[in-house]
Each structure stands twice: as structure tokens, then as C-alpha cells.
Design a protein around this ligand. Sequence first.
Ligand code: NOJ
Length: 748
Amino acid sequence: MKTKSLIAIGTFSFLMFGCAHQMDQDAKVEERIDALLKQMTLEEKIGQMYQLHSNGNVADYKELIKAGKIGSFLNEINPTTINELQRIAMEESRLKIPILFARDVIHGFKTIFPIPLGQAATWNPLIVEEGGRVAAVEATEVGIRWTFAPMLDVTRDPRWGRIAESLGEDPYLASVLGAAMVKGFQGDDLSEPTSMAACMKHYAGYGFVEGGRDYNTTIIPEVVLREVVLPPFKAAVDAGVATAMSSFNEINGVPSTGNSFLLKKVLRDEWNFKGFVVSDWASVAEMIVHGYCADEKEAAMKAVNAGLDMEMVSPLFSKHLDSLVKEGKVSIKTIDEAVRNILRVKFKLGLFDNPYVKIPQTSKIYADSHLAAAKEAAIQSAVLLKNENHVLPLTEKVKTIAIIGPLADAPSDQLGTWVLDGDKNYTQTPLKAIQAEYGKKLNIIYEQTLGYSRDINTTNFGKAVAAARRADVVLMFLGEESILSGEARCRADINLPGVQSQLVEEVKKAGKPIVLIIMAGRPLTIEKEVNLSDAVLYAWHPGTMGGPAIADLLFGKAVPSGKLPVTFPKTVGQIPIYYNHKNTGRPPHENLQLIGSIPPGAKQLTMGYVSYYLDAGAEPLFPFGYGLSYTTFEYSNLQLSKTDLKKKDEITISCQLKNTGKYEADEIVQLYIRDRVGSLTRPVKELKGFQRIHLKPQESKTVSFTLKTDDLAFWNAELKKVVEPGDFDVWIGPNSKDGLKGSFRVTE
Ligand code: NOJ
């Protein structure tokens, strides 16, 4: 007892000391900022608020830097140039304020991890954090101390190309993983030379662009904004994210870049964010195009007064803030606040004391440990969607395999979108990995058949079918090239591009088991192809180590464990389709009458009147959270610690999970709730917890989740977050569709 309390006192005083120490440090930083602000001219202050795209030519910027007119550069990655630009700032400018160098390091710098949507399919914050860490270690080696990631835009639209950069459709999953990414990029201490300031983007609502068309308008009621869009950003702020980026879109008529509700009320007043906000690329100037500002000067005024601290690329701040201040349209207090926010991050990064890049003696770029982490991430991100007759994993009975398709050996495409620096020469493709590992044991026939995913040349179809006939199993690597997803890469049809679908139909004629391995930046509508194949492994764009990861999965050295972070529609017309929808007054039932079964001349009143599509039903192709394994898991014995809760109570919900199959494997156990009745209607399910559980064959574990009543709260019509008394359903299960169900009641 005594020892325990001594330890407790020790821990407490350590925490208190740690806290006091941090407060002390923070106060010192603010003092240093005060001192600087006192010395800075208005011009120098405005200079800090300007971020420029570097063209690599130092001479072009020398005078500007000397005059203190550049706060940050993006896209300079040559360490020698970075050091020279920094030297000018540190030695030749009046106040010696360091420059902050930024880059889009989204899912890796050189060692490329799976696209963020793929990382989200791991449901593993540790993997995601490690991905951020590896990216930071590599990028800081050349002097990048600020990345424009994580992208936290929850989205329900796979047509939107940037879904690839997202963490999926669920606010809770995106919150947990986004916070992990922030931790990974920033490390434990931002001033460490291998730490990189993170930037949560795109704040906010960008994932809700109408029709999934990039840069489009968004209309988002405040309750939806607060409940679905904002939580991942709040989680990132709580995780200490250093910066934020305002989004391109307008939201209910006001562009985010000039949106004081977002930038001031929510971010500063409610969340107490201490970092700075940068615009997206020229998004200040784009407020004119939006029709929100008449000219450049008004755009600069509205952005800064709304709470934007730094302008990316367009020079409206540098051109107009000076006269706006002199005319009294922008207060000096506003400018000082913005500069303070920027300088605070520069101080926290330790740039004032250590401004230069030190090129390490041994580079960590493409280090073995980084490649191993990227491989593990790719393994855990792959989602097994179908595996009929246990086609996978491939066994020793398989002597000849046919490898077919444009993505089996596509080193650049498997890296995915937003790969500015990853070198395709380091990519390990599935073809090369399988040949290297199994080339001696197996007869491998390779037919690329199509040059790239959109290729419509069917000349080689015959060869593909012939290869399939000779094989015991056919591995078809299909999907999308990397250029088809990402920024401004939206698609109105999200099928397999080109003639890949016809290729599956042709190969099917050979009568051999078909395994589809899909690499893509988004969910694709692949119902037909899934039906034609025996197994489907969804690998997203898996990054540098995608090949060995997929090889391990196909041959059973690793067991698939990924689960979908986003709903897969059957057809594009079902979009938006997402698991946490509302029930409607006419929810669909099991026996829907589909278009083919309506008798000709059917009378108006002969059919049901529920919410569904005649030609697509109501169900998606695969639900959120879905994913198979080579083993099987049994969920049993749901237990609730209580069924009546008072408003401040906690509840523990648990079940038994057993590995009933033959493979040692991970299962992602998911916890969902439903608030049956609310003063505003509630979704049919909401994810509230998940755990990745590792089990040996026949092993069982109790999996428990604890919920506080606060976890049941929602935003009501008065925009207050409340827990309303009433009945709740709860599920623990393998996806958003299935699971063990219980219920409990909350009373005042
Ligand atoms: C525009 C993109 O929307 C944003 O995500 C990115 O960080 C910036 N450009 C900088 O490249």
C-alpha cells in the first residue's frame, strides 16, 4: 500500500513538475515572441505571413529574405539550397528569423507507405504513427520541417479523387488514426531535428464537395459539421498538431479561407488551438473567383480578419496588408496575433536555435527498418473481400500460376497519389516479389496484357486466356493507375477503367480459379468482377513494399486483416452510401422487389413503398468495417457491465472472441452503438471503439470496451453536445453489418 502511494505521489509530482516545466518553457517562448514583435516593422510582420513556392534559384529570393519578406517556402527539397536560403535569413536579415520549409509528405517521403485510405484499412494507430515517423525521419534529413498532412477530410464519396488521401468515412476512425499520424510526424518533441510539424487539412468540409467533384461547393448543416466533419480536426488539436490548412471549398456560402466561424470561433475559442493556419494554394485569391470578394485587397482583408495566419503562394497579404492596416481595415492586433502564431511554431520546432539541416553521415532514407515498416503497413492494409473454396492462401498443390494485368509490375502506379519524392526504382512490385521468392518452386507465366489500367487494346487477350489455361490459379492485378485518384482526379464512373472488366470475363473462360488483386485509390464498383472471381484482395495503392506484402498474403506467410474504412457501393448511383446513415421513416426490408421482377403492367399499388433503388437495392457491395481472414473468428457471450446507467456512469461491454480456424491472425473487433430515439434523429449505427486482437488457432480472448456516457453525446438543435436519456443498442462485431447485439438504458 505504502509503496504504491509513494509511487503515486512520485508520479504525480513528476507530472506536476513536467507540466510546470512545460508552462515555464511556453512562457519563455511567449516572451521571446514579445521581444521580437516589438522590434518588427509592419513589413517584416507581413513577411512572416507569406509562404512561397521555391523554384530552387536562391538569387531570386535573396533580397526578399534579407528584407524579412518570406516566412516559409514550400517545395524546396535540396538541403544545400535550404541551408543557403536559411543562411541569408539568419545572417543577412535584420531580425534573423528562420524560414520554415514545407512539403507535401503525405504517405512517406522516399519510402512510400500505402495511401492514407489504405493505412486507414489497417485500423491500427501504431502502424499509422510509424508511417508518420518514418516519413518525418526521411524528410527532415533534407530539411523539410513541416508537412501538409494529415488530411482529415471525412468523405462519403468515392468519386472524389482525394478519398485516397483520406482516412475514410467515419469520424471516429479518422480521429484515432489522424491523431496517430500527427504523433508520428511530430514525434515526442517538436524541437528534435527529426520532428516535422504536421498540418491538419483541409479545414473544413472539403470531403463533402457536391457530387464528389473536387473544389466544389459544400452545404453542411452545423450539426453535421460538428458531428461528422470536425471531430478528426478536434482530435488532431488535442494531439498537439502544430498547424492547420484552410480548405479550398466554400461552406454554406463562405469559403473556408475567409471563414471566421471555423478559424476563430471553433478553432481558437472552442478548441484553444495554439498553432497557425495556412491557406491552401492560392485559396485567398480564389475567394474572388468564388464570388466572395470583389478584388485582391478585399480577399486579403477578409482572410486575415477571419483568422488566417499565413498565405500560401498567392501574394495578396504581402501586397495589401500594409495599406489595409494603415487604412484601419485590419488591426495591428490581428497581424500581431497571426505573427505570434507563426513564430510560436518556429520556436517550438527549435528553428531559432538550430536553423540548418545537418546532412547525416548515414542516411536513413530507404533504411531496411523503413522498408520493413512500409511492408507491414501494406500487409495490414490489404482487405480480403472474398475467398471462395479457400483459394487463398495458395498451397503447395499450385504448381503453375498465371500473373495477368497492368498492375502486377507497375512500380510507379502502386505508389499511389501524392508521391512527390518516392523513387519508383525502389518499388518492389508483386511480379518481381513473387518471381524472386517463388520463381524456383513455381512455374510463373506473366502476361501484362494491358499496358496500363485505361488501355483499351484487346490484342493480347488471347495470350492472357492461354496463360490462364496452363495455370492452376490465375492472379489478376487490376485497378487504377495512380494518376486517377488524388487532387482534381474525380471520376463520375468508378468502375475498373479501360477493358479490364472484359479481360476478367475472357480469362474466366479458361475455367481456372481467379484471384483478383485490386490496386486503387478509391472503392471501385466491382460487383461483376467480384462475382466472376474466386478471391478478391483489395490492396489500395500499397506503396514501395506492396509487392512483397502482397506476395506474403497470397502465399500465406501473412494473413489478411484489413477492414474497409469506407463503404463499397455496388454502383455509382448509390452514392452517397455510408454505414452511419439515418433510418428514414421507410427503411428497406429484406425482400425488396428489384427491377427485373416487376411484372409488365404492374399497378401502382402492387409494390412496397420503402427507401431503396429498384436497380441496386439498398445494400452496398461491402459494408464499412468489412474484411475476411484466412481463419475464422467466433464472437460469443456479449456482456454488459450494467444495463441501467446514470448520466455520469461508465459501461463496459465485452465479448469472447475465438479463433476457430487454422491460422494465427489478427481480427479487428468493432464496437457500435445506436441511440434509438433523439431530439434529433440519430444514425442507425455509430462506431465507438475498435481493437486489433491477435489470436492463435483455437485461442480465445475477452475483448472489452469501456464507454463513458459522454461518448454517447451528440449535438442537438441548440448546438449543445448532450447525452439524452433513453435506450441504446450496442453491437460488438466484425463489421458494421454483423455482430452481437445488446442494449442498455441511460437515465438522468
Ligand atoms: C493543394 C492541396 O489541396 C493541398 O492539399 C496541398 O497541401 C497544397 N496544394 C500544397 O501542395
